[in-house]
Design a protein around this ligand. Structure first.
Ligand SMILES: C[S@@+](CC[C@H](N)C(=O)[O-])C[C@H]1O[C@@H](n2cnc3c(N)ncnc32)[C@H](O)[C@@H]1O
Length: 340
């Protein structure tokens, strides 16, 4: 590759002093790292930013070095403040070859620069910014391409599983990976499991990959079920059934009850507790989720729903899955259900 030559301000030093002066200028951060030092017969030339007292400065042609940006901050240091850069970095969601990020309103005019920097830094193929919150029954959000290719279909790798999805058509959050692993680790072989709101199937897939179980996953979003079916094949799994429809209606035709029911629809799961209390086996576990500032409301709702079906509810575990807004969390409550 040919490198561009540019006339540069340089410190001229006798060759035998070149190394010592180079070290001194580097330590004082006065030397430019984006141009190559030149050595000729008697003199060496060290690229610098400005005149430096005590040194002879000359203009001479030096070779440009292709410096790879070290990190995201370096790529945006002329555009944004340090705290703006840090904030942006925490908003990155990487899903397969796609990065989705949240750009605050006051930085929207710099969205393409931020997109290009993200593309270079992450080396993914498509960078989208969030244009809305997750909304509606099927829990998807509006996205706008800010750099790279407009290809919303990708395969995401998570704890040894492969999950294919279209980020514009289905719900998926890589931030739930630890929660999915945790639930999977608590499963016993032989369980008959229902995921009431399964999306593209990340809970069923990781569980079936690690256990000998029977799983039924239901989702009202047909596209989510289309990808769930593909993911079952992609991961070469058996004993998983994918059903498209509203769980309240679909469950009417179930012939058996379940040892575990996963209810990851945190904004509305409480509305389906009557369904899960009817479908759970004695000594079965409900993995229940809510958006809340604590566990009190979820515990109360579980106990009330249990009472209506004449069942005892024992809370066996609670945890914060992820922060949603200041003071509010996506929380998890694991409850053991027994007949009274
Ligand atoms: C928060 S997402 C969770 C998806 C999946 N469990 C995951 O972790 O990626 C909730 C899902 O519930 C589905 N959903 C909403 N209402 C439903 C209903 N009445 N019956 C079945 N699925 C429903 C949505 O389409 C969405 O895919």
């Amino acid at each position: 590759m040919k490198h561009k030559k540019v006339i540069m301000k340089s410190v001229k030093v006798p060759l035998k002093k070149l190394n010592d002066v180079r070290k001194e200028l580097m330590e004082k951060e006065l030397m430019r790292m984006d141009y190559r030092i030149k050595a000729e017969d008697k003199y060496g030339y060290i690229p610098v930013y400005e005149d430096i007292n005590g040194f002879e400065i000359v203009d001479i042609d030096l070779e440009e070095i292709n410096v790879q940006p070290r990190n995201f901050a370096q790529l945006l240091e002329n555009e944004l403040s340090k705290s703006e850069i840090e904030n942006l970095k925490t908003s990155f969601d990487t899903i397969g070859d796609i990065v989705i990020l949240e750009i605050p309103e006051e930085l929207e005019d710099k969205k393409n620069k931020i997109g290009d920097a993200t593309l270079k830094f992450t080396k993914r193929q498509s960078i989208y910014m969030k244009k809305s919150a997750v909304h509606g029954t099927i829990r998807i959000r509006d996205l706008e391409l800010i750099a790279g290719k407009d290809n919303p279909i990708t395969i995401h790798k998570e704890h040894g599983t492969r999950l294919k999805l279209n980020v514009k058509e289905v719900y998926f959050s890589p931030r739930l990976a630890t929660e999915r692993k945790r639930v999977s680790d608590s499963v016993n072989d032989g369980e008959n499991i229902l995921d009431m709101f399964c999306g593209i199937g990340p809970f069923p897939i990781i569980i079936a990959k690690n256990h000998n179980v029977n799983i039924t996953g239901v989702d009202i979003n047909e596209n989510a079920i289309k990808y769930f079916k593909e993911n079952i094949k992609l991961n070469k799994l058996k004993n998983i059934k994918a059903i498209s429809g509203d769980i309240r209606e679909v469950s009417q035709s179930f012939k058996r009850k379940f040892d575990r029911i996963i209810m990851n629809l945190p904004g509305l799961a409480y509305d389906f507790l009557d369904v899960s209390m009817k479908l759970i086996n004695d000594d079965g576990i409900i993995n229940y989720y809510e958006f809340s500032d604590g566990y009190e409301q979820a515990t109360k709702r579980l106990i009330e729903a249990g009472n209506k079906e004449n069942k005892n509810v024992e809370i066996i575990n609670t945890r914060k899955v992820k922060s949603t807004s200041p003071g509010e969390w996506h929380i998890a409550v694991d409850a053991k259900i027994t007949s009274k």
